[in-house]
Design a protein around this ligand. Structure first.
Ligand code: NAD
Length: 372
């Protein structure tokens, strides 16, 4: 079992030391003091278990969990033995809070885990979300939510059936630049929005990586970064697309034997409004452009963890450095604590997956118009 001192990360110990000292002075263990401090969950900070300790967990999520106010890294799930020691030491994870993919279901009895964050290859998202829900844990699942509409629906059902919340890792919905874009349609700042162009592409490296394997990735750049374009078009208009057409391009590069290299697609929104997007693993593009009755808005670069630049009409957008992952995880932890709805629930991922399936259907039918 976890030793008591390991249950609060080092940095949080400093933040909570005043509370801790007063607890100790009246003879209470530190965790009892935290347990009474706030929220309907009865805990000050909820424990998050990261499932899959690859680049995103290592480079972004775990470091951000040292900055979060309402949650902390309490457990890890990994298939790589060597990572256990390294992560346990770096993040003060007790031995009893380290799991692998086989004994994952044992998390059900671990009180240190409130939320499970799935950061695995795309085709593993559904299985681990459903297993986490059955273990009675709330879930954050990385984008793309899964690799099919059927999987997304099964994930939502599993979370509903087990009375746990589900959120998708759409970090940009918490970013101040993107929040301004989201607010354009809500506040009618520029009048009616009539056109959106959202492109996201990068040049992929290692030809052996899972992102280029159909069974693990579910598709190429569309599943990986194209999903940001679908999101951006949907939240820029503040409406859902009703139909689309798509085209695929392939240079014949060996890398793209299993998945598409480049896809472009055009979506129709209500009242004849349209969007245009490109996603690719063979070029570098990163932009969002919004045209409206009374002006234009643009973010370029648009989809990074930081460094976003842009304008809305005459206003140059400028926000201080911002940690998207911290904001995203804290927001979900608050949803759990206060029993409120997730800002980016499973239904958001499902809507994007419906668009992705329509894009693949259009490609199969040589660019035919597909109703969504
Ligand atoms: P990664 O390849 O760096 O890490 C994947 C992890 O899964 C590794 O730890 C690997 O060991 C583990 N794994 C387990 N089974 C595996 C298998 N059969 N094949 C390959 N790996 C296996 O990938 P990543 O970049 O961390 O991406 C993980 C997920 O996070 C993806 O769904 C991706 O779309 C998402 N992601 C989201 C963002 C974002 O900004 N929201 C950024 C990067 C990645």
């Amino acid at each position: 079992m976890a030793s008591k001192k390991n249950l609060v990360p080092r940095r949080d110990f400093i933040k909570t030391s005043a509370l801790g000292l007063s607890a100790l002075s009246i003879g209470l263990p530190l965790n009892s003091a935290l347990a009474t401090s706030c929220g309907s969950s009865g805990k000050d900070k909820l424990g998050i278990a990261l499932v899959g300790l690859g680049n995103y967990s290592k480079g972004q999520l775990a470091p951000s969990l040292l900055e979060t106010e309402h949650c902390y890294l309490s457990a890890i799930v990994t298939g790589t033995k060597e990572k256990e020691k390294e992560w346990a030491k770096k993040y003060n994870i007790p031995k009893g809070n380290i799991y692998n993919y086989e004994n994952f279901d044992d998390i059900a009895s671990n009180k240190d885990i409130d939320i499970v964050y799935i950061v695995l290859p795309n085709s593993m998202h559904a299985e681990f979300t459903i297993r986490a829900a059955k273990a009675g844990k709330h879930v954050i699942c990385e984008k793309p939510m899964a690799v099919s509409v059927a999987e997304c629906k099964a994930m939502i059902k599993a979370c509903d059936d087990n009375n746990v919340k589900l959120s998708i890792g759409y970090r940009l919905q918490f970013d101040p630049y993107h929040k301004r874009i989201i607010n354009l349609s809500k506040e009618n700042t520029l009048g009616s929005i009539n056109y959106v162009n959202a492109d996201f592409a990068f040049t992929i490296g290692d030809p052996t990586q899972w992102r280029l394997k159909k069974d693990l990735a579910g598709g190429g750049a569309l599943m990986d970064v194209g999903v940001y374009c679908i999101q951006a078009c949907r939240y820029s208009f503040g409406q859902e697309p009703i139909a689309l057409r798509a085209q695929a391009f392939n240079s014949g590069n060996e890398k793209f034997k299993e998945v598409n290299e480049t896809i472009t697609w055009q979506m129709e929104f209500p009242d004849g409004k349209i969007s245009n997007s490109t996603t690719s693993y063979a070029m570098s593009v990163n932009s969002l452009f919004v045209s409206a009755q009374k002006g234009k808005a643009q973010l370029m670069p648009s989809y990074g963890y930081g460094g976003i630049k842009g304008f809305i009409k005459d206003e140059i957008l400028e926000f201080p450095k911002f940690n998207q992952q911290q904001a995203q995880m804290d927001a979900f932890a608050l949803n759990v604590k206060n029993n409120t709805d997730s800002i980016v629930p499973g239904e958001e991922g499902l809507k994007d997956m419906k668009v992705i399936e329509a894009i693949f259907k259009s490609l199969e039918q040589n660019g035919a118009r597909i109703l969504i």
